[in-house]
Design a protein around this ligand. Structure first.
Ligand code: ATP
Ligand code: MG
Ligand code: FE
Length: 342
């Protein structure tokens, strides 16, 4: 039976209906609907938690109705409800968790709280040619930059993490410093396309020593100094954007290759919002053919937050008999490594 997935961890309200059948890859998604709060937060230059919660309250049920209508289903058809239980903004998480639990209780179906990063990490399983385990996952989003060894679904070992800014955060903050509108990541990436290759070169942080951790805040400072010392013309802005993007993408690619070598894995999954970055996709595609591994990406729409990845992660766990007690519990901080096997 179809599973309803609900995502409300930050500034996107995402809903999806999925009939999960591992034998039919790429065919289970029945509908999905998303509302992004970007415009709501833009004038503040970042996400305002209380405004986010209130907007999830406004948008969630209309989106659920929309997704049901698009799939030609009613609530009576649902076999379970999956919702993001963390990590994320506590108020925003509580909106999704309360709605999901209430619906599950009213319908007499099980509900399951999903780890948001497990959702990101499993998103490529929604595609026609999904990766098998084991694999290494690079999770690069607004709040995380991690390399994860995935032995099996639910069995995660964190190989590397960021010591300061996440990759998406570095994109957003750098864009803001150069006067690009919020959220800057995609705008900076688009601008980089017009930059002159090699005009600016920034360091590849922490690649000169062993290890799989990341640090991007020093890079951000280098960019700020270069920008302040420059003529601040449009072309210079694009040149700096290009140099910055190359530095981040190179750094991520170097660490991915290292993680594959360290684990002996032959498959690499890229997920999270920065996974939408064109240069990152190109460069890792090239590395894969050079080194003889396979790389898997979610479709662009499922790199950033969405309900489909939550429906998927929840459906897999519900299928193995897991579900939550009838309480509303969320985990604003939650380590992937503490999850049970699926
Ligand atoms: P988390 O998943 O860690 O809780 P989040 O949910 O806010 O964080 P996502 O929605 O997965 O993060 O991704 C949003 C991030 O992805 C933003 O930082 C955004 O700038 C970045 N991003 C989106 N598209 C691109 C792109 N093409 N190039 C670089 N960064 C991008
Ligand atoms: Mg977001
Ligand atoms: Fe996310």
């Amino acid at each position: 039976k179809p599973i309803l997935g609900i995502e409300t961890s930050c500034d996107e309200t995402g809903v999806a209906l999925l009939r999960w059948d591992p034998e039919k890859p790429g065919r289970g998604l029945l509908s999905h609907a998303l509302f992004s709060q970007i415009a709501l937060h833009a004038e503040y230059g970042g996400v305002v938690p209380e405004l986010a919660s209130r907007d999830h309250v406004r948008k969630l049920l209309p989106l659920v109705r929309q997704a049901l209508k698009d799939a030609g289903l009613t609530t009576a058809d649902l076999g379970g409800v999956a919702y993001t239980a963390g990590p994320g903004l506590v108020g925003a998480l509580l909106v999704g968790a309360s709605a999901a639990r209430a619906m599950a209780w009213a319908l007499g179906v099980p509900a399951i709280g999903v780890h948001h990063m497990e959702g990101h990490l499993l998103a490529p399983l929604l595609e026609v040619d999904p990766p098998e385990t084991p694999f290494v996952a690079l999770l690069v989003s607004g709040g995380h930059s991690m390399l994860v060894e995935v032995q099996a679904i639910g069995q995660y070992r964190i190989l590397g993490d960021t010591l300061d800014d996440a990759a998406g955060e570095a994109f957003d903050k750098t864009a803001k410093m150069m006067g690009l509108p919020y959220p800057g990541g995609p705008a900076l990436a688009a601008l980089a396309e017009q930059g002159t290759p090699g005009a600016f070169r920034f360091s590849r942080p922490m690649t000169d020593r062993p290890g799989l951790d990341f640090s991007f805040s020093g890079l951000k400072t280098q960019v700020l100094l270069a920008w302040q010392a420059s003529d601040r013309s449009d072309q210079t802005r694009a040149d700096i954007a290009r140099g910055f993007q190359e530095a981040i993408v190179d750094t991520l690619a170097i660490k991915c290759r290292r993680a594959l070598a360290a684990t002996g894995a032959k498959r690499l999954v890229i997920a999270g919002g920065v996974g939408a970055n064109k240069r990152l996709r190109e460069q890792l595609g090239q590395a894969a053919s050079d080194d003889g591994f396979r790389v898997y990406f979610p479709r662009l729409a499922f790199c950033t937050d969405n309900g489909a990845m939550i429906a998927l992660a929840g459906a897999i766990r519900l299928a193995s008999g897991q579900h939550q007690d009838e309480t509303i519990a969320v985990h604003p901080r939650w380590s992937l490594e503490t999850l049970p096997a699926a």
